[in-house]
Write a protein that binds this ligand. Structure first.
Ligand SMILES: CC(=O)[C@@H](O)[C@H](O)COP(=O)(O)O
Ligand SMILES: NCC(=O)COP(=O)(O)O
Length: 247
């Protein structure tokens, strides 16, 4: 079965909009775990627009020994204020997995992946540090990415396919080409020896088609749509519906 890792960024967006502590990312994590999710994802950003370093550490206490903890972010973004940088955060909490994402400061959200031939050498020392800490390392890549042998050579174990373009094509009514590119990318990555995760704008509407097309899909991380759907049906029911799709 594909592991569902629920991204809690949007819970923190709501909380930060008023200051204070509600809604609680910890309570949201507990609810998702009780509903059967296999992991929790956060993507702390240096501007601390949603998940903050203290959320990252508090969640680590709650998740340890129960479900996987996936922390996403740009390893090249320098420390800023109370944001200590992605590698330092990983050192502090030792998550199951760190997903490296080449997102810039001004981006509303992640919108592209690494170019493996070009980026592998500068990623090498960071991947080594994360492996030494004990984290599995995944790289965020576009559908159509090449050079998976470079990822293997620097110690990466997984890729996460950026599914934004697939989700957009699905919403427009014809996802065949975008899905085909994801399928081909997953196949080549698996052949090279990498496990395959996927994420971005996946939803109850588009997930089933995606899952059915990608044999061996290891994990999906889903936040924006899932939290939105949970407003109508509740977090437990929504998580259970995703788990049905992934069965
Ligand atoms: C890498 C990825 O696709 C997600 O982590 C996404 O970037 C969520 O981050 P935001 O919630 O900040 O948009
Ligand atoms: N890695 C993707 C993720 O964590 C969630 O992305 P989204 O569902 O919020 O678009």
């Amino acid at each position: 079965m594909t592991l569902l890792s629920v991204n809690l960024n949007k819970i923190a967006v709501l909380r930060n909009s008023r200051g204070g502590t509600e809604p609680s990312v910890i309570q949201a994590a507990q609810t998702c775990i009780e509903a059967g999710c296999g992991g929790i994802t956060v993507h702390p950003r240096p501007d601390q627009r949603h998940i903050r370093p203290d959320d990252v550490t508090a969640l680590a206490q709650v998740l340890r020994g129960r479900v996987e903890y996936n922390i996403e972010g740009n390893p090249f973004a320098p420390a800023r204020g109370s944001y200590p940088g992605l590698i330092e955060l990983a050192r502090m909490v030792k998550p199951t997995q760190v997903t490296l994402v080449p997102d810039g400061d001004g981006q509303i959200t992640s919108d592209h992946g690494f170019e493996l031939e070009k980026d592998a050498e500068r990623l090498r020392p960071l991947v080594a540090q994360l492996r030494e800490i004990g984290c599995r390392v995944s790289l965020f890549v576009d559908a159509g990415a090449n050079g998976f042998e470079h990822a293997i050579a620097i110690g990466v174990e997984r890729i996460e396919i950026y599914t934004g373009p697939y989700a957009e094509a699905f919403a427009e009514g014809d996802a065949r080409e975008a899905l085909g590119l994801c399928v081909e990318t997953a196949r080549r990555a698996q052949q090279a020896g990498l496990a395959v995760n996927a994420g971005h704008d996946l939803s109850q509407a588009n997930l089933g088609t995606f899952k059915a097309a990608i044999p061996g899909l290891a994990e999906v991380s889903i936040g924006h749509a899932l939290i939105g759907e949970a407003l109508y049906e509740g977090m437990s029911t929504t998580v259970r519906k995703y788990l049905q799709i992934l069965r």
